[in-house]
Structure formats: C-alpha cells, structure tokens
Design a protein around this ligand. Structure first.
Ligand SMILES: [Fe+2]
Ligand SMILES: [Fe+2]
Length: 279
C-alpha cells in the first residue's frame, strides 16, 4: 500500500474524514493497478471514479467552509481547483496514452495532496468547523449522484444487500470501495459463479453485480440459474464487451441491467438504485 490512513490525518468532521479515507483508498488502487499492469478498463474505472469522488468531496468540504463562514474559503477553493486539475490531467494522459501514467506521477500527486493539502490546509478550517454539527450535517447531505428522474431513494442505500461476482480482485476492491463510500455496507464478494450461487441460496441479495465472462459459466447461465432457484435478486451484468452485443446474446435471460467497463462510480450507483428501487 502506498499510503495508509493515520490518526494524524483526522480532521474531526466525520464526513470529511470518511471522504479522505475513500480518496486515499482510490489513489492506492490506482497505484496497485499501475504496479500490477492491471487491464486498462479497471484502471480507467478507478481513475474516472477518483475524479468523481474528488469533485464530490470538494463540493461537500466547500459547502461546510461556506456555512461556517471560514475566512480562508477563497484560498482553499483555489487550491481545490488546482488539485482537481491535476487529477483530470492524470486521467487525460491515461486516455491519450495508456502507458503514460507512471507510479511517480501518482505518488507525487498523492504526497502533495496528503502532506500539503489534508495535513497543511484542511486542518486550517478544523477549529471553526469541528463544533458546528448543524453545518457538518447539512454539508454532508450534498448528494454524490443526482437523480435523473428525481425519484431515487438515496437514503435507502444502506438497506441494500449486494452480491458481487467477479474474478478480478482489483476490480472487486474498487466496486466495494464505491459502494461502502455511499453507505452500502452489506456486500458479499466472490470470484466464483458456483460460490455466488451458494451464497445466494443461503442469503438472497437484492442486487447481484456479475461479470459476463467467468470460468464456470457465462453471465447468462448464472442469471438463468438465479431465476431457476426462484430468487428475487436482480442481476446487473458487467462486461468489457459492448452492451448491444451482450443484449443480443442474452435477451431471453433474467438480466435487469447492463454496465459496460470501464464503469465509473456515477453509472454504477445510478444503475444499482434504478435496478433495485425503480424497475
Ligand atoms: Fe480541502
Ligand atoms: Fe479535504
């Protein structure tokens, strides 16, 4: 692991500390993916989600500083813009040339964020924010994704039971990080389709996130078996292939939604909530 969370990084505002942990987690995952020469759709998924989560964290943190009338707000906001620009440029370089993102780039960015920003800048608003629980509560409610139809019950995320079936450990770690970040903590993870069916028979999940290509059976066969077992779980199929191609191969099966890799955090959460609550 590139950087581990430590107590001295704690600001004392729960949502801020939780966000910082998620960001450190995602940055470490970027580092792992590069070091292990992970497939590009996985690294791209993590990078896109890192951008989205950074934007979300800065929006929440800026709302908090605004609500408490922090005197260093303008200066802090300008530093956020610089950091955000850096995350985006790492992603753009990667999209232009998949070999271009180096461990050194990510490492130096991570160090500048942690040592200079969290430890050097975020601590400055600590004293004016730490005892203002109302402001922290209001700022913490800034949504991660906006509902396209205004009808997604984000507050019910914590009730969802999710099974994730994918044999790529880095991809599973990434999906789990995003789900836990928004309060979906009831997650089981397996790399095996057979094991996934055994887990479902013991404890049905509301949503099953499933890879299309698996060793023991295809995603279509897996979804069909869930239907045969009479389970109420809704299946979201994840694939590196195009969704149209997948739909043509699986039109008769029990699949509620599709996600094409790379999968960013917004699409992941939007698809899960639509599938679980609205379909
Ligand atoms: Fe900040
Ligand atoms: Fe921060």
């Amino acid at each position: 692991m590139l950087v581990e969370w430590s107590k001295n990084m704690e600001i004392g505002v729960p949502f801020v500390d939780a966000d910082h942990k998620v960001l450190i987690n995602l940055l470490n995952q970027v580092d792992d993916c590069i070091a292990e020469q992970e497939e590009s759709t996985v690294l791209s998924s993590v990078l896109e989600s890192l951008i989205a989560y950074t934007e979300y964290h800065f929006a929440r943190e800026e709302k908090l500083m605004e609500l408490v009338g922090f005197s260093g707000f303008d200066e802090h906001k300008a530093l956020h813009e610089k950091l955000f620009h850096k995350v985006r440029s790492i992603h753009h370089s990667f999209e232009a040339d998949r070999e271009s993102v180096s461990l050194e780039d990510v490492g130096s960015f991570l160090q500048s964020w942690l040592t200079q920003h969290i430890l050097g800048e975020d601590v400055k608003y600590r004293d004016v924010c730490i005892n203002n629980k109302d402001a922290a509560k209001e700022a913490g409610l800034v949504p991660f994704i906006s509902s396209k139809d205004g009808n997604i019950p984000f507050n019910e995320w914590g009730l969802l039971r999710v099974l994730l079936v994918d044999d790529n450990p880095n991809f599973c770690k990434f999906i789990s990080t995003i789900l836990k970040a928004v309060g979906i903590s009831n997650i089981e993870v397996t790399g095996s389709a057979e094991n996934g069916l055994a887990l479902l028979s013991r404890r049905p999940a509301d949503v099953v996130l499933c890879d299309w290509i698996m060793d023991e059976m295809t995603g279509t066969e897996f979804a069909a078996k869930i239907e045969e077992m009479g389970l109420p779980s809704k299946v979201i199929m994840m694939t590196g292939y195009s969704i149209d191609e997948l739909k043509s191969k699986s039109s008769e099966t029990n699949i509620s939604s599709y996600l094409e890799k790379p999968i960013n955090a917004h699409d992941l959460l939007d698809t899960i909530t639509r599938t679980a609550f609205n379909d």
